[in-house]
Design a protein around this ligand. Structure first.
Ligand code: SRM
Ligand code: SF4
Length: 598
């Protein structure tokens, strides 16, 4: 079978360079060519058009309203006050909002082609980067959001930084295109690879390309890494290509258990695609954690599917090699690493602790609820954008983006607590105490109007749906129950719906498939319960489930535990019918996009 067209584009790209620079300087074009669109993803930006305007513009025979989404990446979601202010200024010049992502990144939408260089250059000069925020490489590394100063949290953050640095791509094209050649070097000191490992993992074309891990063709597909510290699975490690869970003895991290092969994307009408939870691989002492990740990543580089992108994620490589075969290959690449059987892993929740907490170093942090991660100033609502801008500008406090798309204000000295509260109150940023526990943890992906793949509303729909569900929860006395509701605008699974208690997956305007039976700990896949419900019908369909839970639950039992004890989840989310129903819509989208590079 021949390689996919994206493989060809990478092959011919001269280190992801292509004709990006020429396309950017062509003032006559408001968008870029297909091949450059694929390459731009590696540089952290996606070409999009305003879907709200598409039909009208087509009718008027106008070109699409093109713009770009720019994604910044920062391991574990850490952003300094200065970096936040730079994003604030850049967002004001584009679409006017900052979207916190559920991989702890930041997205700016509506950036015009002519402003891309200023935006990406500005982000880089702030010390963050867009390099590898998208594309067939290791993406933003997720880590525990809470800035708690115990050994486990400090080490998880260090590991996130180390992994991030190890897996940056190295081609000079990024610096040449965005920074006029001025290279921004990561700190390599902490990421030295042991020679015995490098001998087994080095890419075939390393010398030719200067890319020791990725070689000329990079990875077959996107690759995601996350670290979570039990009992909090905020980084949702079972949904990651590669998850890390620390083994803590007497307050010290001795090593990590690795989980591999998670991933949620399904493709319309493709029966051989489906979500998977990650499974345990092995345990390695801390000193070898990053080398072990390199063994996993390079095994995927060499064994992943490069002909069919729909089956190119690590989850399919693990399935085709079998977990034993995959493990054996990783171990072969780690000749001097003492690998052991995985340690037991137990999580209780994916939730953020919202509100004020002590960090353990005399300072405090405040985790602020941000509805759907959209930082904007709403008319007659919270002015998140102004509030966070003022906190960064006046108090110079750093932020942390959480995997639930909330924002933590970190390193607050007790003397500043009242000032932070006053700024939040002045800008009507809601106090999360009065919210239902379900609202605090609900999330929807971006979808319309920017996402080119969405089939239905998601970010703009879920808050309204949750208003009705909140009312039912209060009526049944369930307002303190952490029941996980997640929504997406298509089956790609960005909002991680397939391991939620309730997942709503868009299939057409105002139509969703409903999944039930995941878990608040993120460790169980939901099953397809109903192929189609309309958005307006969601509260009525959910009600009987909540009523049964309220009636049948044991003392202190969560919805997830009750479901596991009393119900059997419907079929795993890959039944033939489900896919066939999606195919019709997918056919309409066909031809509008070059093969996705993700
Ligand atoms: Fe995603 C593609 C948004 C997390 C699975 N995702 C997209 C694109 C870029 C659409 C596109 O390709 O044109 C979306 C841009 C929308 C927009 O207008 O902003 C998009 N994904 C998002 C974000 C912003 C959703 C959010 O609510 O925060 C998240 C950005 C994270 C980041 O900072 O990097 C985001 N995407 C996820 C997750 C969850 C996660 O990573 O923890 C998943 C499921 C896990 C997984 O990867 O399996 C996810 N996104 C996908 C897929 C399906 C991948 C697959 O294996 O099939 C696509 C489509 C693709 O890659 O072809 C996709
Ligand atoms: Fe877009 Fe689908 Fe991802 Fe939602 S799940 S952001 S609709 S690709």
């Amino acid at each position: 079978m021949s390689k996919s067209s994206v493989e060809e584009i990478k092959d011919q790209s001269s280190g992801l360079r292509g004709r990006i620079a020429q396309d950017l300087s062509n003032g006559a074009l408001s968008h870029v060519e297909d091949a450059e669109n694929v390459l731009l993803k590696f540089h952290g930006t996606y070409q999009q058009d305003d879907r709200d305007l598409r039909a009208q513009r087509t009718k008027e025979k106008l070109d699409k309203a093109w713009s770009f989404m720019v994604r910044s990446k920062m391991p574990g979601g850490r952003v300094s006050a200065e970096q936040w202010l730079i994003h604030h200024d850049l967002c004001v010049k584009s679409e006017g909002s900052i979207r916190l992502t559920n991989r702890q990144g930041i997205q700016l939408h509506g950036v015009l082609k002519g402003n891309l260089k200023e935006v990406i250059g500005g982000i880089c000069r702030s010390g963050l980067s867009t390099m590898g925020a998208c594309g067939d490489v290791v993406r933003n590394t997720m880590g525990p959001a809470a800035p708690v100063k115990d050994a486990a949290h400090l080490d998880a953050h260090l590991l996130a930084e180390e992994l991030s640095a190890r897996f940056l791509w190295r081609s000079q094209s990024y610096a040449d295109i965005w920074l006029d050649g001025e290279k921004v070097e990561p700190d390599w000191a902490s990421v030295v690879v042991s020679p015995s490992v490098r001998e087994k993992t080095i890419a075939p074309e390393a010398a030719e390309t200067g890319e020791p891990i990725y070689g000329k063709h990079y990875l077959p597909r996107k690759f995601k890494i996350g670290i979570a510290i039990p009992p909090c699975n905020d980084a949702d490690v079972y949904s990651q290509d590669l998850g890390f869970v620390p083994h803590i003895v007497a307050g010290k991290v001795e090593g990590y258990t690795l989980l591999v092969g998670g991933g949620f994307g399904m493709s319309h009408g493709q029966l051989n695609t489906r979500p998977f939870l990650a499974q345990p691989l092995f345990y390695v002492p801390r000193a070898h954690a990053v080398d072990a990740a390199e063994a996993v990543v390079t095994t995927q580089r060499d064994h992943g599917n490069r002909t069919e992108r729909k089956n190119a994620r690590l989850k399919y490589t693990v399935q085709s090699m079998g977990i034993e075969g995959f493990r054996a290959e990783c171990v072969r690449r780690l000749p001097s690493v003492p690998v052991e059987a995985p340690k037991p892993v137990h999580f209780a929740t994916v939730e953020d602790n919202l509100g004020w907490y002590e960090q353990g170093d005399g300072k405090l942090y405040c985790a602020v609820y941000v509805s759907m991660g959209r930082v904007t100033d709403r008319a007659n609502g919270p002015a998140y954008l102004s509030a966070f801008n003022e906190i960064a500008r006046e108090l110079k406090l750093p932020f942390i983006v959480t995997p639930n798309t909330n924002l933590i204000i970190a390193d607050v000295s007790p003397a500043l607590r009242d000032q932070v509260n006053a700024i939040l109150a002045r800008h009507s940023v809601p106090h999360s105490d009065g919210m239902t526990a379900a609202r605090r943890v609900a999330h929807a992906c971006v979808a319309l109007p920017t996402c080119g793949l969405s089939l239905s509303e998601s970010e703009r729909a879920l808050p309204g749906v949750m208003d009705h569900i909140d009312a039912i929860l209060r009526e049944l006395g369930l307002e303190k129950e952490p029941i996980l509701f997640r929504m997406t605008g298509c089956p790609n699974g960005c909002g991680r719906p397939y391991n939620a208690d309730f997942g709503f997956v868009g299939r057409a305007p105002n139509k969703y498939a409903m999944f039930i039976g995941g878990s608040i700990a993120g460790d169980r896949l939901a099953g397809l319960e109903q192929k189609t419900i309309t958005g307006d019908a969601i509260p009525a369909v959910v009600r009987p489930w909540l009523e049964s839970f309220a009636k049948e639950r044991g003392p202190g039992e969560t919805f997830s535990a009750w479901f596991g004890r009393t119900r059997k989840a419907g079929p795993a989310p890959d039944p033939e019918q489900f896919h066939i129903e999606f195919a019709e819509r997918a056919a309409k989208l066909a031809g509008q996009r070059v093969e996705a590079a993700g």
